[in-house]
Design a binder for this molecule. Structure first.
Ligand SMILES: *Cc1c(COP(=O)(O)O)cnc(C)c1O
Length: 465
């Protein structure tokens, strides 16, 4: 399997190369040259398999010959042993057709663990035979940071630098990052918002003089391996609810368009996905784009779902690549326009292929709080503010009445205790694995949202090429 850049000017790489690179050298994102196809029989054969074994089957075509099946199986088994639920990603039934897919049983209590617990061992495996020291740089609105740090702390041959927007992540999220004192972990609080952090990370990758001095890699969902790992749970859940015989809809609380793009990939691979519901909060660029073609950056609003407080959704570029007929040069031109004007207008014609694949919803803070209360009172489930946005969108969606609808439960409610308590009156208790979090020593540095300052900080601490 070869991976090509959405902007058409970077070399094609294999899975190992694309995983270690993260971002393509032309500023684009890597995508498989073509989607592997799973037949009806291939999907039926996933019935009853464990999560790790499902991952082996789904990931095998993406990995190609960069890992043997034995190596892939060992990595998948190792990735999911630290999950606190034996099913890894259990389905919880709400009523006759609504389900939650709980993706938060990993070490840092958000769905990001599902991909990052695999990415850690993958990095280590691919670096194992090389004389390379990797410098991983990432931006986080809260959950990627803690999941990536947990997955990479203490590993040889790499350092991780994680930028988070100062004061805009929850205290649990911050402490999950800053109390990891391993010497290869470097936490930076930047004086700005998440979009600033993400822009700074991209700028470092695209700054040839800086990037050339290190072997840089990314752990954000711009890294293809992360999205590949997330495709697995769409198959896992759908098969449990009757695929390939039945079509299943998914409601996905969306920020960077990574998680829902994994659902799009699953559909392209042959999974019978009835619809993907793109659920946004009031930072609704994706809802505007899907309903009216208006991909323009507005002002960021801070909400109770910080991991979705995003205006520029990096992974949307992967979908745009398909909409532009996989023409890298055309997309590169469109993205250059977007980067200078902060707006892109998608014609009805360009968006036509999306009808029947995606629907979208914008959920405001009142509807979000109502969904949390509703989940408690009607379904007996305490859910987090991100999941609430997905559930609100799922309950409102116009879908065939016999279609099962799965809402991705992306974070444990204890990660966002204040918001959950405000909405429901229940204060979720911290799981035992986080005991002592509030007593532990924290370590991080605060820097302005300026490229020079961040680059100087990284250069002082990272290993030269
Ligand atoms: C990251 C995150 C999201 C958004 O996922 P994307 O892949 O960025 O769309 C939603 N909910 C939670 C809890 C998250 O951590």
């Amino acid at each position: 399997m070869r991976y090509i850049s959405t902007r058409g000017a970077a070399p094609a790489l294999d899975f190992e190369g694309a995983t270690l690179a993260g971002l393509a050298s032309d500023g684009g994102l890597y995508l498989p040259e073509s989607w592997p196809r799973f037949s009806h029989e291939d999907i039926a054969a996933l019935a009853g398999l464990s999560y790790a074994e499902t991952a082996v089957r789904v990931l095998a075509p993406f990995v190609g010959d960069t890992l043997s099946e034995t190596e892939l199986r060992a990595l998948c088994e190792r990735a999911y042993v630290r999950f606190s639920h034996a099913a890894v990603a259990p389905l919880v039934q709400l009523d006759h057709r609504h389900w939650l897919l709980e993706l938060f049983h990993g070490p840092t209590l958000a769905f990001k663990d599902i991909a990052l617990q695999l990415l850690g061992p993958l990095f280590e495996h691919f670096l194992g035979s090389r004389d390379t020291h990797l410098t991983v740089i990432g931006a986080t609105s809260g959950d990627t940071g803690s999941a990536a740090i947990d997955a990479l702390a203490g590993r040889d041959k790499l350092d991780i630098f994680m930028l988070h927007p100062r004061g805009r992540v929850s205290e649990v999220q911050r402490r999950q990052m800053t109390t990891v004192l391993a010497p290869n972990v470097h936490n930076i609080a930047i004086e700005g918002d998440f979009d600033d952090a993400q822009r700074l990370v991209k700028a470092m990758f695209n700054h040839a003089d800086f990037a050339g001095r290190f072997v840089l890699s990314a752990v954000n969902s711009i890294n293809w391996a992360r999205l590949a790992a997330q495709i697995v749970y769409y198959f896992y859940a759908a098969v449990r609810l009757g695929a390939p015989e039945r079509r299943i809809a998914f409601s996905v609380p969306t920020g960077n368009f990574g998680d829902v793009f994994a659902g799009y990939a699953a559909r392209a691979m042959g999974l019978p996905v009835e619809r993907l519901i793109v659920a946004t909060n009031v930072n609704d660029i994706l809802h505007r784009t899907l309903t009216s073609g208006d991909y323009s950056v507005g002002a960021l609003t801070v909400t109770a779902a910080p991991s979705m407080d995003i205006q520029v959704s990096s992974n949307f570029e992967r979908l745009l690549f398909d909409l532009h007929g996989r023409d890298g040069a055309a997309l590169a031109a469109a993205m250059r326009g977007f980067e200078s004007t902060r707006a892109l207008s998608l014609s009805d014609k360009l968006r036509a292929p999306l009808a029947g694949v995606f629907t979208s919803a914008r959920v405001d803070p009142d509807e979000q709080a109502l969904a949390m209360r509703h989940a408690c009172e009607r379904f007996g489930q305490v859910i987090d503010p991100h999941t609430a946005i997905g559930l609100a969108a799922a309950l409102a969606a116009d879908l065939p009445a016999d279609t099962p609808v799965v809402t991705l439960a992306t974070a444990h409610p204890a990660k966002f205790r204040e918001a959950v308590e405000r909405a429901t009156g229940h204060r979720p208790t911290l799981p035992a694995r986080l005991a002592g979090l509030f007593e532990r020593e924290e370590r991080y540095d605060t820097l302005p949202a300026e490229l020079d300052a961040i680059e100087a900080y990284v250069a002082e601490r990272a290993a030269a090429r």
